[in-house]
Design a protein around this ligand. Structure first.
Ligand code: HEC
Ligand SMILES: [Cu+2]
Length: 351
């Protein structure tokens, strides 16, 4: 009991701490609390792909509890009911037990049929959005992070790639095209929609819609290896104008460096040590194995939700990725103090 209580308290404290440490640009503080308390999908859903399933879940749970209570009640009555005494070797008269069996079977069948019909209606409701999604985002799951591609059919200049943070306009259906680069993963933003697997060599689809601005936690829900639990992401729902501003900022190449020699030194170091895996658009870093870092500083989290994105965590991650996320495909990078300072100065420009 005491242990359960302390787990709850620790959980609560974590939520509060994360809420206050998150740097909030879009939305408000409640959005951060929402993102930091992923299990609140039991009570909150934010869009038409998720609300019907939330209701269905509670209805089925309520129905099951009711059935359990009724069955337990009948069982208790049967156990404790006083029976007339009979001689030990007499054959008791038929007490009409078959009638109870028939009634029970009919009631169970009706209850199950009602549940089945409700489930099928819900499936139909969430199968496709009310109007055609104007925006498609391609998401590729990999061990253990999410590559996110925004493509603009009318203007390929606006195409860009980012990682672990998906921005969407509020109140509009968005089509998500799902791929996997390695093993089977599953894409799940519980407050916005059900889960869909990402399968190598196959393209799956899902749609999400957030009717409230805010930040929604997503998680890989198909066990995919050592760091499966650290394969989270966030969906940031913003009003159209804020979303468009974000989108055009992300489409730009990395900002130009100032005259500070430390930044240039850091950039060179990045090209030498990191560019085999990472891309920074507008520079010679064109690696494709790892997250695009062009606008790294604009993201809220590092390494698929493993850390909040602060300068200290960033430094920590680069030097100790294997401690923070053991077996992840980012090696520990040994840096001396001046290299670390130069790299930090450079990475800080990636707004
Ligand atoms: C061998 C390939 C490789 C090299 C070299 C490499 N990285 Fe990474 N890096 C990765 C992978 C893979 C990830 C994703 C890890 C994860 O989240 O599981 C990653 C993640 C990151 C992230 C987090 C990005 C995000 O959006 O969450 C940062 C920051 C980063 N690397 C910086 C660097 C820097 C700086 C260097 C050079 C000093 C470097 N990396 C060298 C493979 C590499
Ligand atoms: Cu996964």
């Amino acid at each position: 009991m005491a242990r359960t209580a302390s787990i709850w308290l620790v959980g609560l404290a974590t939520v509060c701490e994360r809420a206050s440490s998150a740097q909030m640009n879009p939305g408000d503080a409640s959005a951060a609390v929402e993102a930091a308390a992923p299990l609140n999908y039991f009570v909150h859903a934010a869009g038409p792909a998720a609300i019907p399933t939330l209701r269905l879940g509670w209805a089925l749970a309520g129905m099951s509890v009711l059935v359990c209570v009724i069955v337990a009640g009948l069982l208790a009555t049967a156990i404790f009911r006083r029976r007339p005494p009979v001689a030990p070797d007499a054959i008791p008269p038929d007490s009409g037990g078959m009638r109870a069996v028939t009634t029970g079977t009919v009631i169970s069948a009706v209850v199950l049929l009602v549940a089945l019909i409700y489930v099928m209606f819900t499936l139909e409701t969430v199968a496709s959005p009310a109007r055609h999604p104007a925006l498609t985002i391609s998401v590729s799951a990999r061990d253990w992070w999410w590559k996110v591609d925004y493509q603009d059919a009318s203007d390929s200049q606006r195409n860009f790639t980012t990682a672990n943070e998906i921005h969407i306009p509020v109140g509009e259906p968005v089509r998500i095209e799902l791929h996997s680069a390695d093993v089977i993963h599953a894409f799940w933003v519980p407050q916005l929609a059900g889960k869909t697997q990402t399968i190598p060599g196959q393209t799956n689809e899902q749609w999400i819609q957030a009717d409230r601005a805010g930040i929604y936690r997503g998680q890989c829900t198909q066990f995919c290896g050592a760091q499966h639990a650290h394969m989270a992401f966030e969906v940031v729902a913003q009003d159209r104008a804020t979303f468009e501003a974000w989108r055009s900022a992300q489409g730009q190449t990395a900002p130009a460096l100032s005259g500070d020699p430390l930044q240039h030194q850091g950039q060179q170091l990045f090209i030498d040590r990191c560019a085999g895996c990472h891309t920074i658009r507008g520079t010679d870093a064109r690696g494709v194995q790892a997250p695009d870092l062009t606008h790294l500083i604009s993201r809220r989290e590092l390494a698929a939700g493993a850390l909040t994105n602060t300068p200290d965590h960033l430094r920590d991650w680069i030097e100790h990725a294997q401690t923070i996320k053991p077996d992840s495909l980012m090696p520990d990078i040994a840096l001396n103090a001046s290299e670390a300072a130069a790299l930090s100065a450079y990475l800080a420009t990636l707004r």
